[in-house]
Design a binder for this molecule. Structure first.
Ligand code: 26Y
Length: 821
């Protein structure tokens, strides 16, 4: 039925086979008989890629000719995941490829397993960007994704004696078949130097930036095929290359070695993705990365405009979406181009700029808000700092006019912070420089408006809006869960994959016993598939005959992996104490997947603790194998696609008011897992949509968190007042998980007892109770299946197609432009 969805170049099995063999022979230079798995993969990928090229070129050409408004998504991260399956799906070539390869004695399954995913993102924000460009293409929106082609993506996580050890992710070591470089289209990006005043031809005084150095930004294009459409958009990632100036220098200076070193410095800009995802460290190289890709992208777009284009019409031709503050240096950059290079008046330039940018915020944690020291910014981008000052001056003049005498407010709202050092508040710059500011879930947008950016929303009430995140059902249902997709096809027909609200039609089948049985069989098959993958990938042996309880996401204190772990330890403690019998436990497999930022000590200690608990629990005879903890290393998109469809229970247990949205929560629900969660981020909307009977809700609400914090939170009193909690914490401190060493986890435990910034102990009791409700509910498999089916049927809202429609309606106002092939 995949072929029936095809809209791309039709292909026969024979022509596909010919192209594949041609690729193998003339591009890989090998015989079929001696080809390695990588040879086969490269040849297959390029074969499929070539079937997308015609539609891609048509898309680019017709959009350009029509002068349609373009959405330019600016993101420092794209967490794409493997590309082969998605390319096969959108070209409708899955069955053709399968048949062609089989006829050559090859297996599509084997070949696809060799693909190395491009991990050019940390987590939610990067994966969201990948889902968004998929939906933009699917919805026929002229759009381009701009970002950085990191030579090393997110590190590969390994465990050595239970501790995280990072390995470089050299995803490009075999080359990637998906990219097309264009050295000829490189643009120069400048850094450093100084500014000077000059007089232009009309006698006006103008400022000029005299940079100290330049690097080349080389574009690498990736096709972004839509689903069910001929539209193929572009993802353009920039790679840094030393300019000729460096090479000239090599000849002239005579100092060959230092010249080569300078070249390395330039090319370091796109070398590696920063693995921190919430504590910005103010590193010079990161600021360089940000300016590098944003300056290149703006230049790239401007050069597509026709000669003599009236720049006042720029907002009719482009809308830049800032994925968090990482690309916000684009605001002063566009101002610099318009004022310094194109000679526009400041006021006109500011009007154009503000109308061209919009800003999406992805956090609520104050420590995650980027600031750049004035000192660093002034050294790296002296002209941009001047422009930021002027933007701020003008902005604050407006504030003073509206709130005369309110200097406290002026200080609060200033784009420049004075303490602890003079620095630019990038979220404020983004807010001032944008038409719309959005949060990523309803609760998050409310808190953004009423707390983090309250002064700004009071001043500009119409600037603030919400766009609840979404996920692409192509990757996270069809590709990752083909058995479920088939069952849905068989039940409500096809067409739901780009019209996901149609899943509602499944609702009546929750009452159909034979459908429930088929649904359970799908889940069971997915568990079996995951169990064999884990045996082969990690040597972890699990039984698939258990409740699969899954918590996968970056390791962060606010996400509260510790709460999940306390639940595990509580079960063990109660069994050890004879309070419950192992035989009465619902067999449970608890799966963790999480990377910690390499410099995040607490997160790394928690990983060590989880692994230590796992080792003991998994071998505890008292538990009779009814509780297992699996922590496969290196959780990434590839693993997510296998794990999420196997889950029964989705752990979304952050402290209310801390998780901006979450997107894993949506993937689990759409794959028929029930959520145990707090009223945080998009959980609020999931809970509302699926209904309270189909969701295990627990924990404080955001206002309750606020009052507890205002009243003064004392975690010790929760420890002292709760025997079960005390039992779990004391068991960890007893040394049982550390070969008798009672100090091994002190760093974690003393923080919990005396600080516990994210109130793990306060939510412990209601969490344990919710888990008890899970046990009871799971015991009734018919009723559980009913709930799981309703989760699928009622969460079509979370398709990223709907998110993109919301962005279009509320922010972008860019019409669709279907391309006919
Ligand atoms: C500045 C640097 C340290 C930095 C790098 C990456 C800061 C933040 C990030 C990434 C943040 C991120 O992934 N945020 C997540 O965005 C998701 C998509 O909106 C949300 O669902 C999720 O709640 C939020 O934590």
């Amino acid at each position: 039925e995949t072929t029936e969805r095809s809209t791309s170049t039709p292909a026969t099995v024979d022509s596909f086979k010919d192209e594949f063999l041609r690729q193998l022979r003339y591009e890989q230079g090998v015989e079929l008989g001696t080809a390695s798995r990588d040879d086969l993969f490269q040849a297959l990928a390029r074969t499929v890629r070539n079937y997308m090229v015609d539609n891609w070129l048509t898309t680019v050409e017709t959009q350009k000719a029509a002068g349609s408004k373009v959405v330019a998504y600016l993101s420092a991260e794209y967490l794409m995941g493997p590309q082969l399956d998605n390319a096969l799906l959108s070209t409708g070539l899955t069955d053709v490829a399968d048949t062609a390869l089989s006829s050559l004695g090859l297996s599509l399954d084997d070949i696809r397993a060799t693909e190395v995913e491009p991990g050019l993102g940390n987590g939610g924000l990067g994966r969201l960007a990948a889902c968004f460009i998929d939906s933009l293409a699917t919805k026929n929106i002229p759009a381009i994704g701009y970002g950085i082609r990191y030579e090393y993506g997110i590190f590969r996580q390994t465990f050595v004696d239970g501790r995280q050890v990072e390995q470089p992710d050299s995803w490009l070591s075999n080359g990637t078949p998906w990219e097309i470089p264009h050295t000829d289209q490189a643009v120069e990006v400048a850094f450093g130097g100084h500014t000077e005043q000059a007089i232009d031809q009309t006698g006006r005084s103008v400022t000029r930036w005299v940079p100290g150095e330049t690097v080349l930004a080389v574009p690498y294009n990736y096709m972004v095929p839509g689903y069910g459409t001929a539209n193929v958009n572009t993802l353009r990632l920039w790679s840094a290359k030393a300019t000729n100036a460096f090479n000239l220098h090599i000849f002239n200076s005579g100092d060959y070695e230092s010249a080569v070193r300078a070249q390395t410095v330039a090319e370091n800009i796109s070398k590696v993705l920063y693995p921190e995802d919430s504590t910005p460290q103010g590193k010079e190289l990161r600021l360089k990365q940000q300016y590098f890709f944003v300056a290149a992208s703006i230049k790239d777009f401007l050069r597509t405009l026709p000669e003599g284009f009236d720049l006042k019409k720029l907002p009719e031709r482009i809308v830049f979406q800032l994925n968090d503050t990482h690309p916000v240096i684009g605001v002063p950059e566009l101002m610099r181009i318009l004022v310094d290079e194109r000679g526009l008046a400041w006021e006109d330039a500011w009007d154009i700029t503000r109308r061209s940018f919009n800003y999406t915020c992805h956090t609520l944690l104050p420590e995650a808000l980027e600031v750049w020291s004035v000192d660093l910014l002034g050294r790296l981008l002296p002209r941009h700092l001047e422009i930021i000052y002027r933007i701020n001056e003008q902005f604050l003049a407006g504030i003073r006019a509206t709130y005369p005498g309110d200097e406290l407010r002026v200080r609060r709202m200033s784009i420049i912070q004075e303490q602890p050092e003079r620095a630019v508040r990038m979220a404020f710059l983004a807010t001032v420089g944008s038409t719309k500011v959005n949060g990523v879930a309803a609760l998050h947008s409310d808190l953004l408006r009423d707390k983090v950016l309250d002064d700004f929303s009071a001043y500009w009430p119409d600037k603030f809006t919400n766009v609840t995140n979404g996920i692409t059902p192509r990757r996270f249902v069809q590709l990752s869960n083909p058995s479920l997709a088939n069952l849905i096809d068989d039940t409500i027909g096809t067409g739901w994959l780009n019209d996901l609200e149609r899943l509602k039609e499944l609702e009546p089948y929750a009452e159909d016993a034979s459908f429930r049985k088929a649904f359970r069989e799908v889940k069971q098959a997915n568990k079996d598939r995951f169990v064999s993958l884990l045996a082969q990938r990690d040597g972890i042996e699990l039984s698939s005959d258990a409740l699969f309880d899954v918590m996968v996401k970056r390791l962060h204190e606010y996400k509260r992996q510790m709460l999940k772990l306390l639940h595990v330890v509580t079960i063990y403690d109660r069994v050890l104490k004879g309070e419950i019998k192992a035989a009465d436990l619902t067999p449970r497999v608890v799966v963790f997947g999480a990377k910690a930022a390499p410099g995040y000590k607490m997160a790394k200690e928690i990983i060590f603790l989880i692994n230590s608990v796992a080792k003991v629990v998994n071998n505890a005879p008292e538990l009779e194998g009814r509780l297992r903890v699996a922590f496969p290393a290196n959780y990434n998109v590839t693993l997510a696609e296998k794990l999420i469809p196997a889950a029964d229970l989705s752990e979304q247990i952050s402290l209310a008011g801390k998780e901006a949205s979450g997107t894993g929560n949506m993937k689990f629900a759409l794959n028929g897992a029930l959520t145990i969660g707090t009223l945080d981020g998009a959980n609020v909307e999931i809970h509302e949509l699926v209904g309270g009977e189909n969701f295990f809700l627990f924990g404080m609400t955001e206002p309750e968190v606020q009052s507890l914090s205002d009243a003064g939170y004392h975690p010790t009193s929760f420890y002292e007042g709760n025997a079960s909690l005390r039992g779990a914490i004391d068991l960890i401190s007893s040394g049982i998980f550390s070969g008798g060493d009672r100090t091994a986890f002190e760093f974690v435990i003393s923080d919990l007892l005396y600080k516990d910034r994210f109130m793990v102990l306060a939510d412990y009791q209601t969490y344990i109770e919710a888990q008890e409700r899970v046990e009871v509910a799971y015991a009734d498999q018919e009723s559980w299946s009913r709930k799981a089916i309703l989760n699928v049927a009622r969460t079509g809202f979370f398709t990223s197609d709907r998110s993109i429609q919301d962005y279009l309606d509320r922010i972008w106002h860019a019409p669709a432009f279907p391309v006919t092939k």
